[in-house]
Unconditional design. Sequence first.
Length: 162
Amino acid sequence: MPGPAVGIIMGSASDWDTMKEAHKILEEFGVEHEYRVLSAHRAPAAVTEYASGAEGRGLKVIIGAAGGAAHLAGVLAAQTLLPVLGVPIESQSLKGMDSLLSTVQMPGGIPVGTLAIGKAGAKNAALLAVAILATSNPDLRDKLSAYREVQTKAVLAAKLEG
């Protein structure tokens, strides 16, 4: 039986409130995934072990989410050839702008696909992971197409009052 295709890694347990949105999307699509807390600063050896072994364990995509200094996605990306999607977590002091800039400002050669700050970014990271997986999985591609069609129909059916 295949293992998880997507790993969701958070810098702290408080990030789960945001990242459970990615978990929900992946569950909706039936994508096997795992999630854990690993800190680039407080547990760097564990991050290295996770990232360097991810491909060998069958992962296809990693989502890294962190706030503040937000180095987690970049550290993961530096240690694997898998696509890494970064989700900046909203911080109290700068409302996530610090997290966004830390996640998006990677040196040339080590890409992190950075999404929006917060829950929208978590959802979109999961949907992007699904799209990546769908390039080689026709059933998942059909599910993604149906998901998009539902969104389209909802927008076209919207009624304005006034």
